[in-house]
Design a protein around this ligand. Structure first.
Ligand SMILES: Nc1ncnc2c1ncn2[C@@H]1O[C@H](COP(=O)(O)OP(=O)(O)OP(=O)(O)O)[C@@H](O)[C@H]1O
Ligand SMILES: O=P(O)(O)OC[C@H]1O[C@H](OP(=O)(O)OP(=O)(O)O)[C@H](O)[C@@H]1O
Ligand SMILES: O=C(O)c1cccnc1
Length: 487
C-alpha cells in the first residue's frame, strides 16, 4: 500500500532528544525492545499485528523539504540539525515476530538495533502501529473463538476515525474474521468485503415484501434479507421465505449465500423460531445471521442457549476493542554498544517488580510439546544463545524460581520467534498477504491449549528467562544495589 510520508508522526521529545544527541555528538548503536505487560481483555495471549505497516513506515522515512520548513518554524531546532535531518534515512536492523503470531507479555515483539538518534525517532510510530493492530487482532480472535467462525467485521462507522476503521479491519481479518464491510480495506489489503442491507432499504419501499423482492432481483446469488424492520416473526421471516420460494419457482440457480439477518430483539429466541420456519419451508441451508452490539461474551451466551446463528456481524465492540481500549506496548532501551562493539546490557529498575526490564540484546525461543504441537512455554534469551531440542532443558519462573518444568530431550521442539526485517537499513523481509497471515494465525491459535484460549480466567502461558539472561539480570540488579548501599 503506498502511503503518505509518516516521518513527523512522532512525539516532539523524540526530535528534541535526537537534537540533543546530535549536539553532543553521540550516536552509539543501541537496542530497543517493544513489548507489552498485560494481555488485553483478561485473556492469556495477544496476536501480533501491524508489521507490514511498520515496514512501509521505515521504508518511507525521510524528512521532506516541507517537514524541515515546519520544524524550522517551531524555533526549537538548530540549522545544523535540520541539515542532518534533510539527509536522514534509517540505517539500522529490525527484528520482529511475524504478524499473526500468538504472543505473550514481556517478550520483545520487535527489536530495533540502530544508532540512538534513529532508534529514538521511530519509537512513537512503531508503538502506535503495533499497539493498535495487535489490540484489534486480539479482540477479533476472541470474538471469532466465541462464534466458532463466520464473523464479519462491521465496525467502520463506529471506529475511532478512518485509519482505525481501515487498519482495524485488516487486523480483524488477520485474526479470523471472514471479511469486512469496509470497502477501502478490501481494496487496500485484498481482503473479502461482505454485507447485507440496512433498514433504510426496507423503509424506502412501500412494503417489506417489495423491498425484499427488489434486493433478491439485484443480488440473487448473495441474498441476506434484514427481517426485523417491522415484525421479525410475523412479517420479516414469512416475507423472506416468500421471496426465497419465488426465486426457487422462477428456476434461478441456487444462491451461494441466502438467508436472513436479525438485528434486534431476543436473538436466541428469534433465531430458533426463524430456523424452524425456514426449515419447514425447505430452506434448511438458509443462513441466519445476527448483529446488534455483539461481543465475545454475548456470542458465547447465545451459542450456549442454542441460538441458531452461524453468521455474525460485529461492529462497535470489535473495532474499538471496547472493553480494553489500549494495548500498552512499550519501547525500552535494552543495550548500548560499547567502543569494542560489544553490547553493554541496560536495565530499568522499578519499585514494581513487573516493571523491571530485561537487559541485553535478546531473542525469544518458543518451546512446543512434540506430540501435541501445543506451547509449553516461551524462553526470552540472549541473542547469541542456541538450543538443541535433543538436550533436556529446565525452564523456571524468573521470580518464583522454584516453579520449574523439566523438558526431556526429544520431547519438545523449539523455534526462534524473532526474524530479521531490516538489515543495515535494507528491508530483507517480504510480508505475506493478509489472507496468508490469516491462515498462519489460525495455525498459531491452535498451538494454544484450550485452557489458555477460554474467555474467562484462562491459564497463563509461561514466559521464562533463559538461565544466562536471568543471571545477567540478577547481576545487574545486584550491582545497582551494591552501588546504592555504598552511597
Ligand atoms: N514460569 C514457570 N516456568 C516453568 N514451570 C513453571 C512455571 N510456573 C509454574 N511452573 C510449573 O508448573 C507446574 C504447576 O505449577 P503451579 O500450579 O504453581 O502453576 P502456576 O501457573 O504458578 O499456578 P498459579 O495459577 O497459582 O499461578 C509446576 O510443576 C510448576 O513448577
Ligand atoms: O451493533 P454493532 O456491533 O456496532 O454492528 C453494526 C451495527 O451497525 C448497523 O446498525 P446501525 O448503524 O444502522 O444502527 P442500529 O444500532 O440502530 O441498528 C447494523 O445493523 C448493526 O446493528
Ligand atoms: O452489511 C451490513 O449488514 C452492515 C454493514 C455495516 C454495519 N452494519 C451492517
Amino acid at each position: 500500500m503506498s502511503r503518505y510520508n509518516l516521518t513527523l508522526l512522532t512525539d516532539l521529545y523524540e526530535l528534541t532528544m535526537m537534537q540533543g544527541y546530535y549536539e553532543n555528538n553521540t550516536n552509539e548503536t543501541v537496542v530497543f525492545d517493544v513489548f507489552y505487560r498485560n494481555n488485553p481483555s483478561g485473556g492469556a495471549y495477544a496476536i501480533a499485528a501491524g508489521l507490514d505497516q511498520i515496514i512501509d513506515y521505515i521504508k518511507n522515512l525521510r524528512f521532506e523539504a516541507e517537514d524541515i520548513e515546519y520544524l524550522r518554524s517551531t524555533g526549537i531546532f538548530q540549522e545544523s540539525f535540520l541539515a542532518y535531518l534533510a539527509d536522514f534515512s534509517f540505517s539500522g536492523d529490525i527484528y520482529a515476530i511475524p504478524e499473526g503470531t500468538v504472543v505473550f507479555p514481556k517478550e520483545p515483539l520487535l527489536k530495533v538495533i540502530a544508532p540512538i538518534m534513529e532508534a529514538q525517532l521511530v519509537e512513537t510510530a512503531i508503538l502506535n502501529i503495533i499497539n493498535h493492530q495487535s489490540l484489534i487482532a486480539t479482540k477479533a480472535s476472541r470474538v471469532v473463538y466465541a462464534a466458532g467462525g463466520g464473523v464479519m467485521e462491521f465496525g467502520l462507522r463506529r471506529a475511532q476515525g478512518p485509519d482505525a476503521g481501515t487498519y482495524g479491519a485488516r487486523a480483524a481479518v488477520i485474526a479470523g474474521c471472514v471479511g469486512t464491510s469496509n470497502v477501502l480495506a478490501g481494496k487496500l489489503f485484498n481482503i473479502p468485503i461482505k454485507g447485507t442491507h440496512a433498514h433504510s432499504w426496507i423503509m424506502s419501499f412501500k412494503t417489506e415484501l417489495e423491498a425484499f423482492r427488489n434486493y433478491a432481483r439485484l443480488y440473487p446469488d448473495n441474498c441476506l434479507l434484514l427481517v426485523d424492520t417491522y415484525d421479525t416473526l410475523k412479517s420479516g421471516v414469512p416475507h423472506a421465505i416468500q421471496v426465497f420460494t419465488e426465486m426457487k419457482e422462477a428456476g434461478l440457480p441456487k444462491p451461494s449465500v441466502y438467508g436472513i439477518r436479525l438485528d434486534s430483539g431476543d436473538l436466541a429466541y428469534l433465531s430458533k423460531k426463524a430456523r424452524k420456519m425456514l426449515d419447514a419451508a425447505g430452506f434448511t441451508d438458509a443462513v441466519i445471521s445476527a448483529s446488534s452490539d455483539l461481543d465475545e461474551y454475548l456470542i458465547e451466551s447465545l451459542r450456549s442457549q442454542g441460538a441458531q446463528i452461524t453468521s455474525w456481524g460485529v461492529g462497535t465492540n470489535l473495532i474499538t476493542s471496547k472493553d480494553c481500549p489500549a494495548f500498552g506496548g512499550v519501547y525500552k532501551l535494552a543495550a548500548v554498544q560499547g567502543p569494542d562493539g560489544k553490547f553493554i546490557p541496560k536495565i530499568k529498575v522499578s519499585e514494581n517488580i513487573e516493571k523491571v526490564t530485561d537487559p541485553g540484546n535478546k531473542t525469544i525461543f518458543r518451546i512446543y510439546d512434540k506430540e501435541t504441537g501445543k506451547i509449553r512455554g516461551d524462553l526470552i534469551a540472549l541473542a547469541d544463545e542456541t538450543y538443541d531440542s535433543q538436550q533436556s532443558l529446565i525452564i523456571f519462573d524468573p521470580i518464583a524460581t522454584w516453579k520449574r518444568t523439566y523438558l526431556e530431550g526429544g520431547s519438545y521442539t523449539i523455534r526462534e520467534l524473532l526474524v530479521p526485517i531490516f538489515m543495515g537499513g535494507q528491508c530483507v523481509y517480504t510480508s505475506p498477504c493478509v489472507m496468508d497471515i490469516q491462515t498462519y494465525c489460525q495455525k498459531e491459535l491452535n498451538t494454544l491449549w484450550d485452557e489458555s484460549r477460554r474467555l474467562a480466567n484462562p491459564q497463563t502461558v509461561y514466559v521464562d528467562l533463559s538461565r544466562p539472561l536471568w543471571e545477567l539480570k540478577n547481576q545487574l540488579l545486584d550491582n545497582i544495589h551494591n552501588f546504592k548501599d555504598k552511597k
